[in-house]
Design a protein around this ligand. Structure first.
Ligand code: ATP
Ligand code: MG
Length: 284
């Protein structure tokens, strides 16, 4: 099924995000263990409305950094600012969606989306907003369905609508399409771009898929340890790549193929700089 979204539903201010000198060391798991430094000296600025993708090996601290932006985890050092004001706890300016949709099974899709509405939203206005968002993500006909009656892709779209219901200035997405089949995943990427055009929030997205990062993001940030660092060393920003070309991009673009090779090298995956094969799907 093609997924399309209507144009402009509503605009609200997107926020800038500043990650300044952020580090995170988790305490030792037991008395004999050592504290675990996961992130160190992470600096990153997102301008309002920008889409930034975070790439990095499994366990390098991507989700930890996202959780900190959303106020779900606190940095050990440094600070995170949204729109110039520090994040000190779960932050209403930021909404999060994860790899699993995390919908309440006993509620309808509309009721699940309504959970995301800001507290104190007028009932009629809230119902209108929920309908608007479900239409935006292509679920206008499924508002009364329960999560078990819809596909994984549809559930993930409802989860995105629930996140948008908060009117977030920053949308934080942790591998949002990671559990979907390849075709649905491509459709969801286009949907996210449509949603971003209609609701232009700042987006920080974690993905393991290099092609997805290059298709969606204004900039791709590679997180990891320096090559010479020991395995126990914390990760930081290894490189930042500005992705050329206006969206929607040609997935088979030659310039993107070069960037893909560079990013895969940075991730330690030899790419051999092969000519572009549009059917090839690179993920780590
Ligand atoms: N609450 C916690 N307590 C202790 N260690 C933690 C905690 N949360 C994360 N870690 C550790 O921090 C490291 C980074 O975890 P994180 O989930 O941020 O990685 P990731 O880059 O998102 O990995 P993946 O790509 O597999 O999702 C891991 O080694 C993990 O075990
Ligand atoms: Mg993660």
């Amino acid at each position: 099924m093609a997924i399309s979204a209507p144009t402009s539903v509503r605009t609200h201010p997107a926020h800038g995000v500043a990650v300044r000198g952020v580090g995170r060391t988790f305490p030792a798991r037991d008395r004999r263990g050592a504290p675990k430094p996961v992130l160190a000296d992470v600096d990153l600025e997102l301008v309002p409305g920008e889409i930034v993708a975070l790439l990095g090996a499994s366990g390098c601290g991507k989700s930890t950094l996202l959780r900190q932006v959303a106020g779900l985890d606190t940095p050990t050092t440094g600070e995170i600012l949204i729109d110039g004001r520090p994040v000190t706890g779960v932050d209403a300016r930021c909404a999060v969606a994860f790899q699993e949709p995390r919908l309440l099974p006993w509620r309808t899709l509309a009721q699940n989306v309504a959970i995301g509405l800001p507290r104190g939203t007028d009932r009629a206005a809230g119902a209108r907003r929920v309908t608007e968002l479900l239409e935006l993500v292509g679920l206008g006909d499924c508002t009364g369905y329960r999560p078990r009656q819809v596909s994984g892709g549809m559930a993930q779209r409802a989860s995105l609508a629930r996140a948008l219901a908060r009117n977030p200035g920053v949308l934080v997405l942790d591998e949002p399409f990671g559990a979907l089949d390849a075709l649905t995943r491509l459709q969801m990427q286009d949907l996210l771009l449509d949603v971003h055009a209609a609701e232009p929030t700042t987006v920080l997205l974690v993905t393991h898929d290099v092609d997805e990062a290059l298709y969606l993001a204004d900039r791709v940030v590679l997180l990891g340890r320096a090559d010479s660092a020991p395995r126990s060393a914390p990760a930081g920003v290894r490189s930042v790549v500005t992705v050329p070309g206006a969206r929607p991009r040609d997935r088979a673009d030659a310039e993107l193929a070069l960037l893909r090779a560079r990013l895969l090298d940075g991730l330690g995956v030899p790419s051999h700089h092969e000519p572009v094969d549009p059917d090839q799907h690179h993920s780590i």
